[in-house]
Ligand binder design. Structure first.
Ligand SMILES: [Zn+2]
Length: 275
């Protein structure tokens, strides 16, 4: 059967054995099998910086916000919410992660065992001002259902926040370029191929907006986040076997850190509000 784009029903072209691109809206998606669990380590500092940026926007929008995070992973977002004195509820699909989160936060934070697109409101029995997907949305199947179940768990004027890598970014496009030259390693890594929870989607701001507009959401605020820290050594330890390659790559990332200001950004965030 011919595949069609789940966002705009446009026809798609094959990029490689597991990834496709919509010819109409540019949405990239993979046929890798979905899963959950933590794969990428060593991102604590950069992720926390990014979360601070998002939380500052939230604090400007709403006093005493009630937030639900979908897929809390290592709990960095929860930690930042606690620092901001914000009422946060976590959730996890992976029972292992759920267990360690519960151990980490004891009785301070309520964490639900939630595997979307199951009904959020049934599990939480309450509605939220914000539902946040931090590097999670691109790992999920059944996106239309995911948006529906999120909407039902939002208060009136509630907001969905998506924070995800973008196919407009320099890293994605450079990896695509290398893949077309025959170097597939980076492209595979971007999709987190052969990892617990591969990427199923790669959006840009335009097709993400199109997807949410089908559910009567509109972009309310958006921006970009940093993708690389000044020190990335721990992040790439598992990518290269040789110390030499790791050092070369770390130097490359160090330089990239300074240049990323001038390049198309790799991580986007969008606040979606219902019409
Ligand atoms: Zn499309």
């Amino acid at each position: 059967m011919k595949k069609l784009c789940l966002i705009c029903s446009g026809s798609v072209k094959e990029i490689n054995s597991y990834s496709h691109k919509c010819k109409k809206c540019g949405f990239y998606f993979s046929t890798l099998s979905s899963g959950y669990g933590q794969d990428v380590k060593g991102l604590e500092h950069i992720r926390k910086q990014n979360f601070k940026k998002i939380l500052n926007i939230i604090m400007n929008l709403k006093k005493n916000p009630k937030i639900l995070e979908i897929g809390s992973g290592d709990g960095y977002f929860i930690e930042e919410c606690i620092n901001f004195d914000i009422s946060i509820f976590g959730s996890e699909a992976s029972l292992d992660s759920l267990k360690s989160l519960k151990k980490k936060f004891k009785n301070k934070v309520e964490i639900f065992n939630l595997s979307l697109p199951e009904s959020i409101i049934k599990k939480t029995k309450t509605r939220f001002d914000f539902i946040v997907f931090n590097d999670v949305f691109e790992h999920l199947t059944n996106l239309h259902k995911v948006i529906n179940t999120s909407q039902l768990a939002l208060k009136k004027d509630g907001i969905i926040i998506i924070n995800s890598p973008t196919s407009d970014g320099i890293i994605f496009n450079f990896s695509l370029f290398l893949m077309n030259l025959g170097f597939t390693k980076f492209y595979d890594r971007l999709w987190q191929k052969n990892m617990n929870s591969p990427h199923l989607s790669y959006f840009n701001k335009k097709n993400l907006n199109l997807l949410f507009s089908k559910h009567n959401f509109y972009e309310f605020i958006s921006g970009n986040l940093n993708s690389l820290d000044i020190n990335n050594s721990s992040r790439f330890n598992n990518l290269f076997d040789s110390v030499f390659k790791r050092i070369v790559f770390s130097i490359f990332c160090f330089l990239f850190f300074f240049f990323q200001k001038f390049l198309p950004k790799d991580i986007m965030f969008v606040f979606f509000k219902h019409k």
